[in-house]
Design a protein around this ligand. Sequence first.
Ligand SMILES: NC(=O)C1=CN([C@@H]2O[C@H](COP(=O)(O)OP(=O)(O)OC[C@H]3O[C@@H](n4cnc5c(N)ncnc54)[C@H](OP(=O)(O)O)[C@@H]3O)[C@@H](O)[C@H]2O)C=CC1
Ligand SMILES: O=C(O)C1=N[C@H](C(=O)O)C[C@H](O)C1
Length: 266
Amino acid sequence: MTKLILCGALGRMGRAILKTSLEYSDLQVVAGVEHPDCVRGQSLGEAVGMEEFKFAPLTSNLEDVLPLGDVVVDFTGNTLSALAHAKLSAYAGKGVVIGTTGFSPQQVEELKELSAYAPILLSPNMSLGVNLLFRLAEIAVKALKDKGFDVEILEIHHRFKKDAPSGTALKLLEIVANALGKDPSQVGKFGREGIDPKGEEIGVMSLRGGDVVGEHTLYLLGFGERIELTHRAVSRDIFAKGTLEACRWIKGKPPGFYSMFDVLGI
Ligand SMILES: NC(=O)C1=CN([C@@H]2O[C@H](COP(=O)(O)OP(=O)(O)OC[C@H]3O[C@@H](n4cnc5c(N)ncnc54)[C@H](OP(=O)(O)O)[C@@H]3O)[C@@H](O)[C@H]2O)C=CC1
Ligand SMILES: O=C(O)C1=N[C@H](C(=O)O)C[C@H](O)C1
């Protein structure tokens, strides 16, 4: 049995992971960590209204429950708390799976340094489909390099999403820029206004509204034709499933910095 501690347990992803975990007989969420304002002396089960977790503690301090778990999962949506959770967990030798997005390059470097102590998996998107999209994007962009195609990225998410562009769109930018031999920090362009003719940049545009779970399109825009590679998430269960597969995979792995490509073998 792999025992999980879930940080951000009462959030959208936290609740999806709790529900989906009930389908796995070898995985168990044994404790939740939440923002102090949300912890009111209730158990995790009482807080989410799920009988199955009535004996699992809910705390605002990961240290209180760290000895209970093998793997710590972070979906707090707050990079500072995710880093703090990763630090505590890695020093304790626990596996870490991070779905939180919005890390700066410096913060990613910090996570890589921590992965000398324990296995850490960071992925902006835990779904099988998006990870395949990453691979397809690399193939397509390489095949069309120097053939006169422009590359642009569009993402759409629900009105409550805090970060923009999405972590997935930024990863797509990194993948396609690298495939073109360009530096993502130099070619990424995050909006256009006024007189702004198209150059060598890769535009990354964000729409927000309603309850859109997550949509990403890579556009390859040529003259007389265009290719659109789109992934549409219609349920958070796909992210929850990927997260749980990652937790199962990471237990017992040597220290190192991993991604969903390692879990999915693609
Ligand atoms: N990798 C992937 O596949 C996916 C990644 N994501 C990412 O996951 C993150 C979370 O998304 P989502 O679930 O929609 O966000 P939510 O805001 O619904 O959930 C985050 C939860 O974490 C809580 N929280 C904030 N700070 C802390 C803290 N210090 N300790 C414990 N809990 C804390 C929040 O509390 P409060 O509201 O009080 O701040 C909230 O309940 C985002 O970064 C999103 O981009 C989302 C979907 C898929
Ligand atoms: O906040 C979300 O909801 C999502 N965030 C991730 C991201 O930033 O890429 C993944 C997914 O698209 C949903």
